[in-house]
Design a protein. Sequence first.
Length: 239
Amino acid sequence: MIKLSVNINKLATLRNSRGGNNPNLLSAARDIERFGADGITIHPRPDERHIRNADVYALKKIIQTEFNIEGNCASPEFIKLVLDNAPTQVTLVPDTLDQLTSDHGWDTLTHQAYLKEIIQVFKQAGIRVSIFIDPIPEMIAAAKETGTDRIELYTEAYARDFAEGKRTEAIAPYIAAAEKANELGLGINAGHDLDLNNLKYFAQHTPGLKEVSIGHALICDAIYLGLENAVQLYKRQLQ
């Protein structure tokens, strides 16, 4: 069964837009788990424009499913947040400090030495490591050498091509990437722009897919469908 981890950044953005604590991020995380999600994902950024550092510590205390913290491991503050809270998984993303949203994967050839070093920091703390990566077999082969446990396939290109009706072309690089990861014994996660229209096809055609992380689309759908219904509809796409 492919797991659904719900990214709650957008709920934090809504809360921060008015100050106060509405919506309550902790209550929302508990409810999302109760509604059937297999995990909670957060992506704290240096400016705390959505997830605040204090949220990370508070969420750690109450999450009962998998806890996934994404972020830029070049930031000492991020490294401290992860080590202090020992999530189930840390997903390393090559963001710049002012990044609006993640838009590319690691160059695992150029950054091989750095990734080896930082991945060991987290693995020695008993944290599963995933790295954000484009669907390029050469990059996946080099990812294996870093010591990462998993890769997270960056799926924006898939979502764009799928929306244009080019299903076969959209999925082909991801099938090849997944086959290479399976060959090398790397776990496979995926995320970015996956939604109710394209998720089922992706899940059915990506061999060995273990987990998807979805936030923006799911929260947008929840506005119309309700949060519980949205979580369960996304879960159904993964069956």
